[in-house]
Ligand binder design. Structure first.
Ligand code: KG4
Ligand code: ZN
Length: 353
């Protein structure tokens, strides 16, 4: 960790995100104001393979990153000299994909002689909420994405404590697998969500609660239950009941996520619940969680769609925590597919406000 003096008062962070299948570059002022946020999705390329192909993802990032950096600067109305620091997703993610963003960010930081801030992808998803409202502490984040399903306690700004996580599949991953079984292309989450919202009834599926008091999740049993129903219907030549299965799956997922999040809000006495990650765009989850929080008078923050799916603005928002604390990365950082969120917490939160 390198400590440096803050060279300017206004902090314009140029942020780069290439952890999976979206190339994104943003410029964020003081962790709050998004001056530009460009996202190039590779979904169409990966669709043909039924999932993200890591090697192809890296190549696609290489093709677009340089132009996107230029474009993000142009769109922000700033010049390169106005950039205070360069942030980049350091992990978790696909190592080859992370490396493309990291190499671009390092080169830029070195050329501009500005600090580099290696940033945690999930801290980004959580701090996407700070782009639309002020996070109040203590806060609890329900993180739901393609690779993560977690409950994270933030006792103070930039302090992350994992209180629950999935023991097998992540929510987005389960959605994608169920979607594939129902005959939809990758990424299948939106198809299952839309179908579930249209269905008149739901196929009954199990809720997996684990041990009493546990904030962990398990989704592989539910996914297997869906596959059993689908296969049984196929073998018997019954109606596929795709919409009813989608609704049954969505209701089972949402009920457990919402119930555990609300329990944790009560147990830890937090001031806000933050929903984030790619699956936070799910209509069923947003609706149920919003209604439940209104009924129980819990303040709920949900970022708009463009800050839920992978984007660099959220990385700029999280990197600002490190900027305020003067914690910068060396030019020797490498992509870390299993970077720990707790360890990425700011060094001493009492010094920042
Ligand atoms: O956060 P994200 O963009 O990438 C990761 O960091 O993993 O999340 C992508 C995941 C995919 O699994 C995708 O199927 C899922 O989010 N997803 C959804 C919906 N939209 C995207 N899952 C359920 N309902 C949706 N509407
Ligand atoms: Zn993500």
């Amino acid at each position: 960790m390198i400590e440096q003096e803050h060279p300017q008062q206004v902090c314009n962070i140029l942020a780069v995100e290439t952890s999976c299948d979206e190339t994104s570059v943003a410029i964020v002022q003081n962790g709050k104001k998004v001056l530009s946020n460009l996202v190039s999705s590779q979904i169409e390329t990966h669709k043909a393979f039924g999932g993200v192909v890591p090697e192809v993802a890296s190549r696609k990032h290489v093709e677009s990153i340089t132009l996107m950096i230029e474009e993000a600067i142009n769109e922000s109305g700033l010049s390169l000299q106005d950039i205070s620091a360069v942030a980049v997703t350091e992990g978790p993610g696909l190592v080859g994909a992370l490396l493309v963003g990291i190499m671009a960010a390092k080169s830029l930081a070195f050329a501009l002689d500005k600090p580099l801030i290696g940033t945690h992808h999930i801290a980004g998803h959580i701090y996407a909420n700070n782009l639309v409202a002020d996070i109040q502490y203590p806060s609890l984040a329900l993180v739901v994405s393609g690779g993560h399903t977690e409950l994270v306690l933030l006792e103070r700004e930039g302090q992350f404590k994992l209180i629950g996580s999935t023991r097998d599949d992540a929510v987005g991953e389960a959605y994608d697998k169920v979607a594939r079984a129902l005959g939809f292309p990758y990424p299948g989450g939106p198809y299952v969500d839309n179908l579930a919202m249209e269905a008149a009834s739901a196929v009954e599926l199990p809720r997996v609660w684990l041990e009493p008091g546990s904030y962990d999740f398990s989704l592989s049993g539910l996914k297997s239950a869906v596959l059993n129903v689908v296969n049984q219907k196929k073998m018997r030549g019954d109606e596929p009941m795709t919409a009813e299965i989608a609704r049954g799956f969505q209701e089972a997922v949402v009920e457990v996520l919402v119930e555990k999040a609300i329990r944790a809000v009560r147990a830890y006495g937090v001031r806000q619940l933050l929903l984030c990650g790619g699956v936070a765009v799910n209509k069923g989850l947003r609706k149920t969680l919003t209604e439940r929080c209104e009924r129980e008078q819990i303040e709920l923050l949900i970022p708009p769609f463009e800050y839920c799916t992978d984007n660099a603005a959220m990385i700029g928002a999280a990197a600002y925590l490190k900027w305020k604390n003067g914690e910068f990365s060396g030019l020797d950082i490498k992509g870390d597919p299993s970077l720990s969120l707790e360890k990425w917490s700011v060094a001493d939160s009492t010094t920042i406000g």
